[in-house]
Every structure is written in C-alpha cells, then in structure tokens.
Design a protein around this ligand. Structure first.
Ligand SMILES: Nc1nc2c(c(=O)[nH]1)N[C@H]1C(S)=C(S)[C@@H](COP(=O)(O)OP(=O)(O)OC[C@H]3O[C@@H](n4cnc5c(N)ncnc54)[C@H](O)[C@@H]3O)O[C@H]1N2
Ligand code: MOO
Length: 722
C-alpha cells in the first residue's frame, strides 16, 4: 500500500478560486519526488483561513474522521486537477469517506502560519497534536531565518496526532514551502519511521494477520520485510503505522480486510476475547501506549477544545422565564429601566424632620407607612415631624429621618394613643437615614452582565427590576453511560456473583443536574464493540458532551478508546499522571447531524467532547469534577469555569503517592487563624466511594520523591473546592 500524504493549502483566496494554489502543487511534487511516485499517494485539499475548516481538513486526513455529511468537506482543489491527483488516487477520493487506508501518515499544511488575524493554522493544528515536535519547529525556524528575517513571524506548529500522523505546518508561499520541505527532508523518513516504530510492531501484526487472515479466508502469510500498515482508526499510538521507505511499500489488504471485518462482525472471535482491531489478548500491549499527561497539560487540551467551540455555543441562546434559569449563564446584560427606590425612602422607623428643628420639640403628624401610595402628596412643615416606617416614602420637604430611639415622647393626642409632640434628642445631618431615588439601582444601570451565573441574588435582582424572562446561553447537552458487563442498574434488588450496582450514572446525573445542565441518560452498555459503537454513535448525534465510565484501562474488555477512534474521534489524551483517574481519556468526535434539518453548515466547527472516565467510582467522580465540569461550564458560557483552589492546613500528616494525588478531605473552619483545616476521608482507594462521602475538597498532593514522601500536620496544601 502506498504511503498516503495530504497537502492542505490554507488560503482564503485559493479556496474561493481567486488564486492558483501553486504552493500545494509544488509540495505535492516534492513529496512525490522524495518518496517515489509509485510509493506515495498525494491528496490535496484547499481550505479557507478558518480554524474549523483547517482542523477538519487535517483531522480528516490524519485522524480518520469519516466524512459523513454533504457540504461538510473541505474543498478539494480542482484548480489543477492533474496536479491534485498525484499518485493513484484522484482528488475526489477525499470525498469517499475513507476506504481502507483513509488516513494520511504525513499531512503538510501550507499557509496561515503568520501573525495576521486571519493566520490561524497553529490554533487549528495545535489541539490535534498529542505530541508536539518543537525540534522540527526550531529546525524550520532557524533554517528559514537564514533565508529571510520574515521567518521570525512564522509560527511553525509541527507534531504527531493521536493516530500517528506527522503534521508539518509550512508558510503559504511556494518558495517558503519548497525551502521548508528541503529543510525537513533529512529527518523526514526517520521521523515517520520513529512514529511508526514498525520494528516492534511488525511481529504483532504478522501474528494477527496469520490468525485473523486465515480465519477470514485471507491468505495467511509471513513477511520478513517492512510493511506499511494502518491501524490508526483505533486511535491508539501503540497501533502504529508500519515503516515506509522510499522504496519497498507493500500493500496488505489482508490485514485491513481483517480489521474491518473484525469491526463489522460482532461474532468475530477477537471480539469475544475482547480485543480490538483484530489482535488477540495475547498480543495486547503490555505497557500502556498512552503517554501520561500532567494534569495541567490535560486541562490545557480540554480548554483549547472548549474555546474552539465557544462560537458555536454563543449562537445558541434561549429566552427562559426567570423561574427556570437558576444556575444558567446570562447571554446579555440586564439594565434597570427605572431607579430603585423610585421614591426617597426612609431607612429607619422614626420621623421625617427638618435639620433646623433638631434637636428640639416638634409636633408629630402622619403616619406614612411603607407601601403608602398616597405619600407623594404629603408635605413636611417646619416645626413638625411626620412619623415614618422603614421603607416608607418620606414626604416632600424632608431633610432627614431621626430614628425613634433618638426621641422622647412630649405629648399624647387627646385619646392618648398617639404622639402629638416629641423631642428630638440629637442633631441630624442633611439626608440622614434617607435612601434617595435610585440609591440602590440607578435608572439605566446595568444590574447583570452577560456571563454572570444566575444564582439566588441574581434572580432577586431580576425580580427587582421586573425582568421576568432573560436570554441565557443554551447549556450543552451531556450524554452519560456506564459501561461494563458487571454493571447492573442500581434498582437491581439482588446481585449475582460478580455484579456491581451502577453508582457512576447516578453520581454523574446528580452532579450535572446540579450544574443546570441537560443530561441524557443512555443507560448501561455492555463491553462489546458493537454495543459501544452503536450507543456512542447515537450519542454523537444527540449530545455536545459524552461522558462514559469504565473500559479505559488495560483490560481485554477495555474497548472505549478503540471504539472512539473507530467512530472517527481524535483522542487527545488517554492517561493522566494523577491518582485517582489515571486512565482518564479525552477525545473529540465530529458532531453527526441528528436530522436533515440539523445539517452542518460549511465551516461549522461543532465537535462533540468525549470523556472516558475510569470505572472506579471515585476515579470517575474525581476525574469528572476535575476535567468535565470546567468544560461543561465553559460551553455553558461561564467566563471563569475553573475550580476555586485555596490553601488549607492538614489536620494530620499525609503520605504521598507515586502519582500526584487528589486526596479527599473535609474542611473545618475552627482554627484561630481562620485557615481551614482539612481532614482526610480515610483510605483513598479508588474503588472506595466512602472516601468521597462528605468530601468538600480535593487536596492536591504532589507525587512522592526520594526527598519528600510526606506532608506534616499543620502544613499548608492547596485544596480544590468541590
Ligand atoms: N493492568 C492495569 N490495570 C489497571 C490499570 C493499569 O494501569 N494497568 N489502571 C487501574 C486504574 S488506575 C483504574 S482507575 C482502573 C480503571 O479501569 P477502567 O476505567 O477500565 O474501569 P473498569 O475496569 O471498567 O472498572 C474498574 C472498576 O470499577 C467498577 N465499576 C465500573 N463501572 C462502575 C459503575 N458504573 N458503578 C460502580 N462500579 C463500577 C468495576 O466493576 C471495576 O471494579 O483500572 C485499573 N486497572
Ligand atoms: O487512577 Mo486509578 O483511578 O488509581 O484507581
């Protein structure tokens, strides 16, 4: 099978057909020359300078995103069809939705690397790279600088995608592309080989071909030479591509046919053994192929994705009655149309007085009590006081209010029940204890801003200004499933041996509902590729965020990652250096249209976020809180979606784990210095949900080192508030 390379030209003008894509053509020629015309299939795409379009083109080429929708494909460059159809494949192959070898091993983008506002190639490509290659950027940068100082403005963003495709980002000019290709040429073969790591993989592939191929009626065969294999639809870095060389590419349809058969047939023996992609359990990885990201790196990837989706969500605004908008994020400012209070109001129960009469004896009129709508007509005269209550409109001529405590009775009315005269005991100042018109809220004042979370106080403000419905951001639709053959519904009265009740869905449902998010519950899904693929495919049509638990670790029934890759998802990370939650997986999937009316528009960048949380209940909930909550909040329009972290003191010594640990603790605020004291919830085993019970925070403990293995009682430690 020929090496597949995709050249993506990023240019508004070329994509509109206003300019000829000479850079793309030149690169296609250079690629062919380098690898040999027979050994390479070069595709060319041309997209405008838009993050969505670029990302989709690169993902399509490198991440095996299947093309499912009309009008959803990057424009293939037909300006020069002969140039575009280098190699065996015509340009239109990009519209076929893939085929057996639909993934490019090498993707070169041309254009959009500069620093003008339209130059967004780095922003588009960076989130797709699971392994950035700064060395290549450096090489391109330093060599380009020898040619022109302008190269200082090029933002090279090279790296490897989760499926093992090498992505190179070149500037847009033909000259720069030619130069850059020459610069990377010396390392290109080695880079592709290293990424493929074919030597270690060839054996496993042979084994799998011999077993699987024969079973499916293909020729079992042995090879002693290098192959070109494509496993990338599994999205696993361990399922690496075979090496390729300038000469010696071989087609292994058997292997591919076997793999596809395996995916399409739920009775495939490999499925029964729970292996993915035609490998038997004996051939499975003995080390996780997934690099362990630091927690901060994982956050950064999620954040970058979230931000790339914001535009899409911002356009999904809805008007909601205030009774239903608790927890929602306002989409627009709310302004008071009138002042509050609308009248000068007394702050105290007492008397409206004139400054010049105090201290002294005054006659008492009134009363005016709160809610007296006739008070506007009242007038205070010198030498008089008018009895008022808190919140009552004060009469015209009032200069101050004196509280009842600062007066004494001088004379009663005839019937003895009311005050006829009082003595004001103190001097008063102008305006004392009066809220003038607009004191609390001025007319025209913005009382709530877009981005504010609507809590009780915000609802109170809306009520104050008489705003009965507001425009809020639509919340992302979050779909949840639990996976696992052993997991049964929580309503199951008696468990069979080996079964556990599903705690994860209940927890996720509650946490999401509390955050004001619409949750779609897709139930419990068995550990088979067919079941997972079909449920996840449905969820991809109906949800903005998918959250699963279970099936992400090393077990033979841990099928989540492979299924995501099968569905065209890009796995951004598959492990995080943390405890609990190590196998937490984050991927993005192209959003499938639910109905014809829901067709994607050109440039629609709407992707579905996927969180594969570990099955252990604690790992599930901790990873959910740390990773999914900030994304869901961000998508719901919260401008500060991250957790609050405060320093707290430990109530006892805590021993560090080999991984950074998110240690569950309760907080008490009784210490004299006011700093909260954290008490561990006990054994921190990931299966022990009691360690989450009443937990108010996650203490962010560093990993143990040779030098430090413990934090003493009374020391400060950062706590993420739950
Ligand atoms: N060989 C290795 N094994 C494991 C590793 C590893 O690195 N190498 N990692 C361990 C870690 S850390 C975790 S965390 C778990 C996570 O594994 P999975 O996400 O694949 O989860 P499962 O295997 O499906 O389940 C783990 C555990 O949780 C129970 N479970 C699952 N779903 C639910 C649910 N909805 N409600 C209640 N309990 C659930 C399940 O029965 C298992 O006991 O992997 C380690 N293994
Ligand atoms: O990371 Mo796992 O969540 O330790 O048990």
């Amino acid at each position: 099978m020929a090496l597949r390379v995709c050249v993506v030209t990023v240019s508004d003008r070329c994509s509109r057909g206003e300019a000829t894509d000479t850079a793309g053509k030149a690169l296609a020629g250079l690629v062919k020359d380098h690898f040999g015309a027979e050994a390479v299939r070069v595709e060319r795409l041309c997209v405008p300078d838009e993050v969505a379009a670029i990302q989709q083109a690169v993902a399509q080429a490198a991440l095996a995103s299947p093309i499912t929708q009309e009008g959803n494909n990057p424009k293939t460059d037909n300006n020069d069809a002969s140039a575009a159809s280098d190699g065996a494949q015509s340009v239109n192959d990009t519209n076929t939705g893939g085929g057996e070898d639909a993934v490019s091993r090498l993707v070169i983008t041309a254009g959009g690397t500069g620093c003008s506002p339209r130059d967004v190639t780095p922003e588009a490509v960076a989130p797709l790279l699971t392994r950035p290659l700064p060395g290549l950027n450096h090489l391109l940068s330093t060599r380009s600088l020898e040619a022109t100082p302008m190269a200082a403005l090029s933002r090279f963003t090279c790296g490897v995608t989760s499926t093992g495709a090498l992505v190179l980002t070149f500037p847009g000019s033909e000259k720069a592309c030619r130069e850059c290709f020459t610069f990377v040429q010396p390392v290109l073969d080695h880079a592709l080989d290293s990424i493929a790591d074919h030597r270690s993989h060839t054996e496993a592939v042979h084994k799998s071909m011999q077993q699987g191929g024969a079973r499916h009626g293909h020729h079992g065969h042995t090879h002693s030479h290098t192959h070109s294999h494509t496993h990338s639809h599994h999205g696993c870095p361990h399922k690496k591509h075979g090496g390729h060389h300038k000469h010696g590419h071989h087609s292994h349809k058997h292997h591919h046919a076997h793999q596809h058969h395996a995916h399409d047939n739920q009775h495939d023996p490999n499925h029964e053994h729970g292996t993915s992609g035609g490998r038997t359990v004996a051939d499975r990885d003995r080390k996780s192929p997934w690099p362990m990201l630091k927690v901060e790196e994982a956050h950064a990837k999620i954040r970058a994705f979230g931000r790339s989706q914001l535009q899409h969500f911002k356009s999904r605004v809805e008007t909601v009655p205030i009774q239903n908008c608790l927890g929602r994020i306002l989409a627009q400012d709310v302004t008071a149309s009138e002042p509050h209070p609308r009248f000068p109001a007394s702050i105290k129960d007492g008397y409206a007085v004139c400054v010049g009469d105090c201290p002294g004896v005054v006659k008492v009129d009134g009363p005016i009590t709160a809610g007296d709508t006739t008070a506007e007509a009242s007038q205070l005269r010198r030498g008089h006081a008018i009895r008022v209550t808190t919140g009552a409109p004060v009469p015209k001529g009032t200069q101050a209010v004196i509280q009842v405590e600062d007066t004494e009775l001088v004379e009663r009315t005839e019937d003895g029940s009311e005050e006829a005269a009082i003595r004001v005991l103190t001097a008063v100042t102008q305006g004392q204890d009066i809220r003038p018109v607009g004191f609390d809220i001025a007319a025209g004042e913005v009382v709530l801003r877009a981005g504010d979370t609507i809590g009780p106080a915000e609802l109170g403000l809306l009520a104050t200004v008489g705003c009965m419905s507001v425009s809020v951001n639509a919340t992302p639709v979050v779909g949840i499933i639990s996976t696992g053959d052993e997991v049964v519904d929580a309503t199951t009265p008696s468990l069979q041996y080996g079964q556990v009740r599903d705690s994860n869905r209940t927890m996720l449902e509650a946490a999401l509902s509390r955050a004001g998010v619409s949750v779609k519950d897709f139930g419990i899904v068995k550990d088979t590729e067919t079941a997972l693929r079909s449920t996840l495919a449905t969820m991809t049509r109906e949800c903005d965020v998918i959250i699963t638990s279970g099936g992400v670790s090393m077990g033979e029934k841990d099928l989540i990652k492979g299924t995501i890759a099968d569905l065209g998802g890009a796995i951004h990370f598959g492990r995080v250096f943390m405890r609990p939650g190590k196998p937490t997986t984050f991927a993005t999937l192209p959003r499938a249209a639910a109905a014809s009316s829901d067709r994607k528009q050109d440039g629609d960048d709407h992707h579905v976020a996927f969180f594969g949380l570990p099955g252990n209940p604690v790992s599930c909930l901790v990873a959910f809180n740390l990773f999914a909550v900030p994304l869901v909040r961000l998508l719901a329009g919260d401008p500060s979606p991250d957790h609050t972290t405060v320093n707290v003191r430990t109530s006892a010594a805590l021993h560090f784990d080999a991984r950074p640990e998110f240690h569950r603790a309760t907080l008490s605020y009784t210490a004299p210095d006011g700093v909260a004291v954290a008490t561990s919830t006990g054994s921190q085993c990931s299966s022990r949900l009691l360690s989450m019970r009443s937990a108010q925070c996650l203490l962010a403990l560093p990993p143990a080192t040779d030098a430090t293995t413990v934090i003493s009682k009374g020391e400060l430690v950062p706590a993420i508030l739950l």
